[in-house]
Each structure stands twice: as structure tokens, then as C-alpha cells.
Design a protein around this ligand. Structure first.
Ligand SMILES: Cc1cc2nc3c(=O)[nH]c(=O)nc-3n(C[C@H](O)[C@H](O)[C@H](O)COP(=O)(O)OP(=O)(O)OC[C@H]3O[C@@H](n4cnc5c(N)ncnc54)[C@H](O)[C@@H]3O)c2cc1C
Length: 386
């Protein structure tokens, strides 16, 4: 039976209750120290939310993408940041859809219980960036092992993860018909890899986001780390992208509502020239405009999620939801900081922190241009540009 918006209210309020135990002082402190919000992620794991998409037979909650998206939306709407933990929700989809039964039984129940963390997804490389199929990290089969060499960049939560989904080339690009062929997905045990052929170097960023450069130098991994068939990894990763787009859209929507709520309240309370600043249409209209944009993105998110759950092709809707939501949250962020005036820049109001965090989604996990390129080529049939 399709999930209705009313069914979601109970889930929303349960997630809100959990988030209320982690107020803005908690997020400010983490941001100031560049700490990982471990207490929050542990609480989410314990409550089973990070296992939302894992089927019940493997110990998860067996929920759909709409419910999963609502969980992430509510985290961001509460003032928190799902970036600390969202990846687990979509990475495990690759394992679930393409892993062997043995791999699923070995890993999924432990991921669902929190005993194992699968929060790292290693695709991006310094020299090839968005041109994923040209990535240069290689995995060469040697007996019962693969030997990995190469480099990755902006790989998040390595220190907070036990397992990493890695995309590497197993057949040289010159030997495949299509450049998307010859790439393979591996589930790497980070606990065995770090210090034995894998070096991790943290990258400082403008917001609290635990991301890293990775250097592979003859890292040997067991051959049974391969997910599905050798050479088909790019398709497996692409398969998970619609879920990722929908979930990230939901986070942006949560941020968008948070910014609009904050700007709205402040515009009613702040008295300048003997009247609330919100009485000036120059202040009120941008807030109203931002709200309209967030609502529109929200509808596209539900449309994409319903199609995804119904097994209908949803690449167009998932990508459009992500683009609309990232734009809407960024517009709302700008409106909030403008409405708060100087106070928007003061750490204690949280606006500047959320503003920094909201900027990321224009670039990662997929940049706005890559989405427009997808819509131009695959939805509108315009000529391919690269
Ligand atoms: C904080 C953070 C965390 C991240 N976490 C992860 C992670 O966990 N795992 C992972 O694999 N990656 C991760 N990434 C990487 C992220 O997915 C990439 O940064 C993103 O895909 C863009 O790649 P790039 O940075 O190499 O930009 P580039 O590919 O160099 O692009 C630079 C700019 O040019 C534009 N551009 C490039 N080519 C074209 C074109 N043909 N047409 C139009 N515009 C174009 C892009 O849109 C972009 O704006 C993270 C990035 C950040 C910043």
C-alpha cells in the first residue's frame, strides 16, 4: 500500500523527539571543535533510523524511500546535519541489490545493529572529478586477492566507518567498448586496509565535514570483496544514485524549512524603525519566495519517492528534486542571513553554520551542472555535450 503523508506524521514526531535531545549548543560545539557528532549518530542507530532501508529479514526496519527521506529531512529541519550519517542509507543499497546472499548475511544485520558502520563511499578522484568513468584507481586480480593502486579525494567519514564502498577500474579503459565498462565495486574493510596499503589524509573544509584524501599503494584485499560481477560496478553505483538524489533533496528541504522558519520568526520579533522588520515587503517577500520554492521542491521529492517505491523509472524526478531542493535551501539560507542582519553572522544563532552547510549541496554529491546536463540530454533529448 502506498505510504500517505498522514502515515508519516508519527515517524516525523518520533525523529523530532530524538533530535530535540541534541539542541543547537550540541551542533555548535561539534562545529567549533570539528568533532564528529557521535552521540547523535549512536542515538539514531540505536533507534533503528539508519537501518530504515535495510529489509526486516536482515535486521533493518524495511521502510521505503519516502520514510527514509523524512528521517533525514527532520534531522536537518531540527537544526542538525544529516551529512554526518546519511551515506549509510544509500551505500547499503548497492550491497543489498548487487551483493551475494553470503555478503548480505555477513554484513547487513551488523550494519543494521550498528556493530559495523558502512558510511564511506570512494568514487571521486583528484585528476578526473565529475568525469567518473575516467577514474584511474586500479584493482588488479592476483590469485585470491585484488591489488589496489591509485588516489581518491573528498572521501568522507573514513575515520567513522568500518567498511568502504570503492569504485576502481579492473579493465583498462582502452580495452572496453564503452568507458562505463570495466569498473568494479568493492566492499573494503577499512580496519584491515588502513596502514597496510591505504593512507588517509584529512582535508579541512569550510564546514564540519569529515572528508579525506586516500592513497592506495598495493593495498591487497580478498577477492570476495567484489560486489556482483567484475566490470559492472559503474552500473551498480548508478543504480543507487536515484535513492541518493531523493535523500539529499529531503535534507535540503529540511534545511529550507529551517531557514524559512527562523527568518519568519525573526522578521516578526525584530523591531527596527518602531515596527517588526517583516512589515517591510522588502523583508517579507524574499521569505515568502523562499517558502514557495521549498514547497515546490518538496512536492517533486514526494513525486520522485513515490515513483522510486513503485519501481517506476524516476531518474528525471530524482535529479530534478535534488536540483530544486538544493537551490531552494540555498535561496532560503541567503534570505535567512539577510533577515537576521548582523546577527546572522553570530555563531550563537546557528544561521551562519547552516548557511555554510547548505552551500555544499550545489556541488556534492553531484553538482548542479551535472544534473542540468542529465535533464538536457536524457529528458529533453538535447545533444550530448561530453
Ligand atoms: C565536503 C565534500 C564531501 C564529499 N564527499 C564525497 C564522498 O564521500 N565520496 C566521493 O566519492 N566524493 C565526495 N565528494 C566529491 C564530490 O562528489 C565532488 O566534489 C563533485 O562530484 C564534483 O567533482 P569535483 O570536485 O572534482 O569538480 P570538477 O569535476 O572538477 O568540476 C568543477 C566544476 O566544473 C563543473 N563542470 C565540470 N565539467 C563540466 C561540464 N562538462 N559541464 C558543465 N559543468 C562542468 C562542475 O559542475 C563543477 O562546478 C565530496 C565533496 C565535498 C566538497
Amino acid at each position: 500500500m502506498p505510504v500517505t503523508l498522514v502515515d508519516l506524521n508519527e515517524l516525523r514526531s518520533a525523529v523530532r523527539d530524538l533530535c530535540s535531545r541534541f539542541p543547537s549548543a550540541y551542533w555548535q560545539e561539534n562545529d567549533r571543535k570539528d568533532d564528529y557528532p557521535k552521540g547523535f549518530v549512536d542515538a539514531l542507530t540505536e533507534a533503528g533510523y539508519l537501518a530504515a532501508l535495510i529489509p526486516e529479514e536482515y535486521g533493518g526496519a524495511g521502510l521505503g524511500i519516502t520514510e527514509a527521506s523524512v528521517i533525514l529531512e527532520e534531522i536537518n529541519r531540527s537544526g542538525g546535519n544529516s551529512g554526518a550519517c546519511h551515506a549509510q542509507m544509500y551505500i547499503m543499497g548497492t550491497l543489498l541489490r548487487h551483493g551475494s546472499e553470503e555478503q548480505k548475511r555477513r554484513y547487513l544485520p551488523k550494519i543494521a545493529s550498528g556493530e559495523l558502520r558502512l558510511q564511506t563511499f570512494a568514487v571521486t578522484e583528484p585528476t578526473t572529478g565529475s568525469d567518473t568513468t575516467k577514474l584511474k584507481t586500479t584493482a588488479v586480480r592476483k590469485g585470491d586477492s585484488y591489488v589496489i593502486n591509485g588516489q581518491k579525494v573528498f572521501i568522507s567519514r573514513v575515520q567513522q566507518s568500518d567498511l568502504m564502498m570503492l569504485l576502481a577500474r579492473t579493465t583498462p579503459i582502452e580495452q572496453v567498448e564503452k568507458k562505463s565498462q570495466g569498473l568494479s565495486a568493492f566492499l573494503v574493510d577499512l580496519r584491515q586496509a588502513i596502514g597496510h596499503g591505504l593512507v588517509v589524509r584529512p582535508i579541512e573544509t569550510m564546514m564540519n565535514h569529515h572528508t579525506n584524501e586516500l592513497f592506495f599503494d598495493d593495498l591487497q584485499i580478498p577477492a570476495d570483496c567484489l560486489i556482483g560481477e567484475e566490470g559492472h560496478g559503474f552500473r551498480y553505483i548508478l543504480d543507487g544514485m536515484n535513492a541518493e538524489r531523493i535523500l539529499i533533496a529531503a535534507e535540503c528541504i529540511g534545511d529550507g524549512y529551517w531557514f524559512v522558519d527562523r527568518a519568519n520568526s525573526y522578521a516578526k520579533e525584530r523591531i527596527v524603525f518602531d515596527r517588526p522588520i517583516g512589515k517591510n515587503q522588502g523583508v517579507a517577500f524574499p521569505i515568502a519566495h523562499a517558502y514557495v520554492r521549498v514547497r515546490a521542491a518538496d512536492l517533486m521529492r514526494y513525486d520522485a519517492a513515490a515513483k522510486f517505491s513503485g519501481g517506476v523509472a524516476c531518474g528525471a524526478e530524482a535529479n530534478m528534486a535534488k536540483l530544486l531542493a538544493a537551490d531552494a535551501s540555498w535561496e532560503a539560507a541567503n534570505v535567512a542571513i539577510q533577515t537576521y542582519g548582523g546577527f546572522g553572522f553570530a555563531v550563537e544563532y546557528d544561521i551562519e553554520r547552516k548557511f555554510r552547510e547548505a552551500r555544499l549541496q550545489q556541488v556534492a554529491p553531484v553538482s548542479t551542472n551535472m544534473i542540468l546536463s542529465y535533464v538536457a540530454q536524457h529528458v529533453l533529448g538535447l545533444p550530448r555535450s561530453f
